[in-house]
Design a protein around this ligand. Structure first.
Ligand SMILES: N[C@@H](CCC[C@H](N)C(=O)O)C(=O)O
Length: 316
């Protein structure tokens, strides 16, 4: 089948994005398309597949997100900014409540984070806290800055659901090999973590954060929006950055601005960041085979790509 898509990224987390409001496919077919289009070694490549889906009485539109291994995630907060931008453009609106797989989030156009950078603000939550929230089978009551004997790591972790599952550890300096080893362990669906988890190592940099994430169903990515939200929330839970305090969350792909609110005040996390469209294309894809041909590029959005590159260069 031939499908139109937009290649986009939020803070360097890149995705093919499909307006799927009028496309009916089985979940297994979308999973096949995700494996085909988000294969880093394939003709498009990405950290997952994003779908703009139809709205309902409560939501302007919906979002679905499939990881590059074909598994469907509860949310994707970098992706949400891109889906929201497309939803706003096709519907001619500036804000919306968005239906996610198991929850809802708010999205709105926002002041640009840098010149020429299309910017969207999202509010997601409430964040879930503790082992149960992320499906971690441990005898511990709470997992806030806690050593978890079931994990193959002596670090202290905070478990946060956005609502997708996150394990966050604050570290002096990110050790990527250690992060990948732990992420790979989670990917094997160990008895203690049957649903797997996104794992982040986080450095406190002054009043801001630097987050490196091994994403469930993907691997090490340049950026993960829900991990940045979970990390901002964990910074509040552990007293590193007070709830309600604006911070910048840096990552390999750039940055977002974030504010986490205390559980007693709603427990949501607001993120403001880019929603950059790189090009528009058509691709022939075989969902059953999980294979795609080289896409035909219909339009390039080089000015947007350059605006984001300039913004990132300014902070490096
Ligand atoms: N990159 C995403 C998260 C994508 C889903 C994640 N890998 C999961 O399986 O939970 C983001 O920006 O939030």
């Amino acid at each position: 089948m031939r499908i139109a898509f937009i290649k986009c990224h939020g803070s360097g987390n890149d995705f093919p994005l499909i307006d799927a409001r009028a496309i009916t496919l089985a979940d297994a077919e979308w999973a096949g398309i995700a494996r085909a289009l988000a294969d880093r070694a394939g003709p498009v490549g990405g950290d997952g597949l994003l779908l703009l889906t139809a709205g309902d009485a409560e939501h302007g539109f919906g979002m679905r997100m499939f990881n590059s291994d074909g598994s469907e995630a509860e949310t994707c907060l970098n992706g949400l900014r891109c889906v929201a931008r497309l939803g706003f453009e096709v519907l001619g609106i500036d804000r919306a409540r968005v239906r996610l797989k198991t929850s809802s989030a708010d999205a709105a156009r926002a002041d640009s984070v840098a010149p020429g950078v299309v910017t969207i603000e999202t509010r997601a939550g409430p964040a879930g806290v503790g082992a149960f929230a992320i499906g971690l089978r441990t005898g511990l009551d709470a997992v806030v800055e806690a050593a978890v004997p079931e994990l193959p790591s002596a670090r202290r972790f905070t478990a946060v659901a956005m609502p997708n599952p996150h394990l966050v550890a604050f570290v002096e300096q990110v050790d990527e090999d250690e992060l990948v080893a732990l992420g790979d362990w989670c990917e094997a669906r160990p008895e203690a973590l049957p649903e797997r988890a996104n794992v982040s190592f986080v450095e406190l940099r002054g009043a801001d954060l630097f987050v490196r994430t091994y994403e469930r169903g993907v691997g090490l990515t340049d950026s993960c929006g829900s991990a940045m939200a979970a990390s901002a929330f964990a910074a509040g839970l552990t007293g590193r950055i007070g709830f309600g305090t604006a911070m910048t969350v840096f990552n390999r792909g750039g940055l977002v601005h974030a504010v986490a609110v205390a559980p007693g005040d709603g427990g949501c996390v607001t993120i403001r960041g880019n929603a950059t469209f790189l090009y528009d294309a058509m691709v022939e894809v075989d969902p059953a085979a999980g294979a795609a041909q080289v896409p035909v590029i219909l339009a390039r959005r080089d000015n947007e790509a350059a605006a984001w590159e300039a913004a990132v260069a300014a902070i490096r």
